[in-house]
Design a protein around this ligand. Structure first.
Ligand SMILES: [Zn+2]
Length: 161
């Protein structure tokens, strides 16, 4: 188990488009395991590689549902529908929360840790978390999408990504 250090805003790595992963080796497996440990340690529901200082299109999401941990390598959004507006936070912005409008449904295609391609349909909060993480891989931060920042008394149950 290894907890990585979270990169907080501002940092160049958080605002750049990350590189595609081409090597599916033991190092990648270790990295994914470390990302999971780090996400859990900091009580997040998602984590993207640039948030631990790595220029790579890798992100994980775990909203504690029956799907468990979703590992997304080189993910792409194939389709999106609808709209949802809700509270969002980010591990790279401790203590900052805001309302963000995103698609309510997304279909993604990504690779797993063995380099196998898969597709996933997600809606609601899971779709939100997935979009937040994929944005990270393009250097897009949630603050660029916040329509209203939230006060402390509005924050019950809001988790960071
Ligand atoms: Zn984030």
């Amino acid at each position: 188990m290894a907890i990585r250090k979270i990169v907080n805003y501002p940092a160049e790595i958080l605002e750049q488009k990350c590189k595609e992963v081409v090597k599916f080796d033991k190092k990648l497996v270790k990295l994914l395991d470390d990302m999971y440990d780090t996400m859990i340690e900091f009580d997040g529901v998602g984590l993207a590689a640039p948030q631990i200082g790595l220029d790579a299109r890798i992100a994980i999401v775990d909203i504690d549902d029956e799907l468990g941990t979703i590992e997304m390598i080189n993910p792409q959004i194939l389709n999106q529908e609808g709209e949802q507006t809700g509270p969002e936070g980010c591990l790279s912005f401790p203590g900052l929360y805001g309302e963000v409008t995103r698609a309510n449904y997304v279909k993604i295609e990504a690779l797993d840790r063995k380099g196998r391609k898969y597709q996933l349909d997600a809606e609601g909060f899971l779709a939100r978390a997935i979009q937040h993480e994929i944005d990270h891989l393009d250097g897009i931060l949630f603050t660029s999408k916040v329509t209203r920042y939230l006060e402390e008394d509005e924050l019950e149950g809001v988790e960071s990504e």
